[in-house]
Design a binder for this molecule. Structure first.
Ligand code: ADP
Ligand code: MG
Length: 709
């Protein structure tokens, strides 16, 4: 049978007493299948003990030692046991913090196998994190390896499980071993034969046994490979199914409803789009062109588009979204373009007015801060269909906003929005098309998982003539040199941003820092140039006028918090000075740097750091110095921080995989995806209905966040 069908309860396992059954139930493990699916979190190769003196060669070592003496130090609660041990090469001290019970377990004169991390401290070899295994007092030192045949003695490659209350390693070892003996032999393979052959995967029975108790390191690797592939395969099956469901459920809805959509798409430009192209002062890049073609094709097809448009900062995504909006308008529908900040929404609205109004389009701008009268008129016009394209913040989906015929939703800087917000705006239309845009490039691997059922367009090129931004690191103490450089740029007519960090939870203090900096910049450093300050606490009108003054060039220096991080576009600005750059994350740094280099002039980014630089901070700055490609920076970010930290995907369930890691296992993921999608193409019912339980792996994960169609 299949592993998941091993529904026999825990108490049927030999040696499972009531205490163990209860403890496992507490951890949500009720049956044999669940127990065997609890893979170890690590494995320790205890088959090769090393000499104590060589500890530094390995992160953790297995040694065989004899206990020499016990010694207590500290008093009261702090009383701590030290145990002196030795082998033939050296002596070491085991510091037993919070483990007074080791006094009884580590008997003077007896031999133990130790597994732990060692280091030098106060001239001694010490360990505070170690495991022990008793070898007895008559252990024969001349035989390096202990007897593994003794019942209850773990194998030489030792599984280490994550523990929860009342569960011990020993308990899991025993029960899993017994469960494998009782039930493990007849496990059936689940993956299609040809895939297993091609990938050289183990049998399911073999993989499950070897993941828990590998005979060799090679067997362990093979088991991991098998189970990783399997997990990713099922993940992609689920994602593929969601994509299919989206398409079919919507097709059904369309059949019942009145919507008229063509069967097949066309990449032809619409009349409005052609007119916009004629009016543009530049040529579309080939990346923009193909993104527009893909969007046109999608928007003609019989089910709504769900497309993610990725492109580095400055690649011209806004314009692509305008083309998408024109496509909707040409089809007699409205488009809503949503941006995460007021500043950005306003900028888009202004561009829309500039570029689209001359075509006869009626654009509008909607935010939460509008006066009641204006807002009411606008809402009326929207619901009557007198507005074609509305640009705004999340106010676009407030309760009182109704559309006549919402055909397209564009979400700019999508990672800034929560799941709820996206679905709320989608609900304003009848299966509107969805275009999400991201300037924080989503690493390919995440794009395949979190956004796995969306189609993806990537703009790889930047508009021509853009020069790589020159990035420099500068110590705070040598800031004067940075100022001198910026002065030259200002003298030649360019503009500069100075950005200060705004750390959450301490906004007032940081704000003051930005304020006083703006003042210092204006009064002391650059008295000859006009300086303005912008931050999120300013009221709307003030933000607008400040931004406008900067855009027009009457303000030369913009001191800002990271509000300018997303989207702001002022091509004449050529200097970006980021103060306390070490406090920003990589994606913020990349975004901020992307505010310059938007025109044809050479631009510069100065990352000014203070002396208290952490290792991570240093790494981030180096990555910024060495890379300009947002995709590479995003991958590095992922490596540094782990996927859970990447904005917008925390709730995605992406992290809940058991053994696979889509980043580390990216290549496998790609193969598993193509296998899974290939199978679904010929057999959309794959794994159903009798295989329903397979999403056990994914059960803990909430539905994929972006698939709220
Ligand atoms: P992002 O992809 O970061 O959102 P924007 O849409 O803000 O980029 O575009 C950046 C700048 O590039 C804008 O000033 C825009 O007008 C300009 N731009 C867009 N497309 C082109 C193009 N094909 N050629 C030249 N400039 C372009
Ligand atoms: Mg943008």
């Amino acid at each position: 049978m299949f592993l998941r069908e091993l529904s026999a309860s825990i108490d049927t396992i030999k040696g499972a007493g009531p205490a163990a059954v209860k403890a496992l139930a507490g951890a949500g493990v009720y049956n044999v299948a669940a127990l065997l699916s609890r893979y170890p979190r690590d494995w320790e190769d205890r088959s090769h003990p090393v000499l104590l003196k060589d500890f530094a060669r390995y992160p953790s070592v297995c040694t065989i030692v004899k206990v020499l003496a016990h010694y207590w130090f500290g008093a009261g609660q702090m009383r701590t046991l030290k145990v002196y041990v030795e082998d033939e090469s050296a002596r070491a001290v085991l510091v037993c913090f919070n483990r007074p019970f080791l006094e009884k377990q580590l008997r003077v004169g007896n031999y133990y196998r130790l597994w732990g991390k060692f280091y030098y401290k106060y001239g001694e070899i010490q360990s505070t994190a170690f495991d022990i295994e008793a070898l007895g007092e008559d252990y024969d030192e001349s035989r390096m390896l202990p007897d593994n045949t003794k019942p209850g003695n773990p194998g030489q490659i030792f599984p280490v499980y994550s523990l929860t209350a009342h569960i011990t390693q020993k308990m899991l070892h025993k029960l899993i071993r017994n469960a494998l003996d009782q039930y493990g032999k007849n496990l059936e393979d689940e993956l299609p034969r040809d895939i297993r052959d091609r990938e050289a995967l183990m049998s399911k029975a073999g993989a499950i046994r070897s993941i828990h108790f590998p005979a060799t390191l090679a067997a362990l690797e093979s088991a991991k490979k098998t189970l990783i592939y399997e997990e990713l395969f099922y993940l992609e099956i689920m994602i593929g199914k969601r994509a299919l469901e989206r398409k079919t459920s919507i097709l059904q809805a369309l059949e019942q409803g009145t919507s008229v959509k063509k069967e097949s798409g066309s990449m032809e430009f619409t009349p409005m789009q052609k007119r916009l192209i004629e009016r543009l002062p530049f040529q579309l890049t080939s990346g923009q062109l193909s993104a527009i073609e893909e969007i046109n094709f999608d928007m003609d097809a019989s089910y709504p588009m769900a497309r993610l448009l990725q492109g580095d900062v400055g690649s011209g995504k806004t314009l692509v979204s305008f083309f998408a909006a024109l496509k909707a308008v040409d089809a007699g529908m409205q488009a809503a373009i949503m941006a995460p900040t007021e500043l950005l929404a306003r900028q888009h609205a202004e561009s829309a007015a500039r570029l689209l109004e001359p075509l006869g389009i009626r654009p509008a701008f909607l935010t939460g801060n509008m006066k009641a009268a204006g807002r009411n008129n606008l809402l009326k016009a929207l619901s009557r269909g007198e507005i074609d394209i509305v640009v705004g913040t999340h106010a676009l989906f407030s309760k009182d906003v109704a559309y006549k015929n919402l055909g397209l939703v564009v979400v700019d800087e999508q990672h800034r929005f929560g799941v709820m917000q996206r679905s709320a705006i989608m609900a304003k239309g009848d299966h509107p098309h969805l275009l999400m845009m991201s300037a924080t490039p989503i690493p390919r691997t995440l794009a395949l998982t979190v956004f796995g059922d969306m189609d993806v367009s990537i703009i790889r090129d930047l508009p021509p003539g853009r020069k790589t931004i020159k990035t420099h690191l500068a110590r705070q103490s040598s800031e004067q040199r940075v100022y001198d450089f910026v002065r030259k740029e200002l003298a030649s007519g360019h503009q500069a941003y100075f950005v200060y960090p705004l750390i959450e939870g301490d906004e007032s203090k940081d704000l003051k820092a930005a304020e006083s900096m703006a003042e210092r910049l204006g009064k002391e450093v650059f008295p000859e140039y006009s300086t303005a300050l912008i931050h999120s606490k300013l009221d709307d009108e003030e933000k607008r006028t400040t931004m406008e003054a900067f855009r027009q060039g009457s303000v030369k220096i913009l001191a800002a918090t990271s509000v300018v991080e997303v989207g702001v576009d002022v091509p004449n600005a050529t200097c970006m000075i980021i103060e306390h750059a070490e406090r920003f994350g990589l994606s913020a740094l990349h975004q901020l740097r992307g505010r310059v280099g938007r025109g044809i002039d050479q631009s510069y980014c100065f990352l000014v750091y203070s002396d208290e630089l952490t290792e991570d901070g240093k790494k981030r700055l180096m990555i910024m110095l060495e890379n300009s490609d947002g995709f590479i920076i995003a991958e590095e970010d992922l490596k540094l921080r782990g996927p859970g930290q990447i904005a917008g995907i925390e709730q995605s369930g992406y992290l809940n995989l058991g053994i696979a890691d889509p980043i580390r296992d990216a290549d496998t993921l790609v193969r598993a995806r193509s296998d899974a999608f290939g199978i679904l193409e010929t057999d959309p019912g794959f794994l159903e209905p009798e295989h329903r339980m397979i999403d056990e792996v994914l059960r803990r994960a909430p539905p994929f966040s972006t698939v709220t169609l």
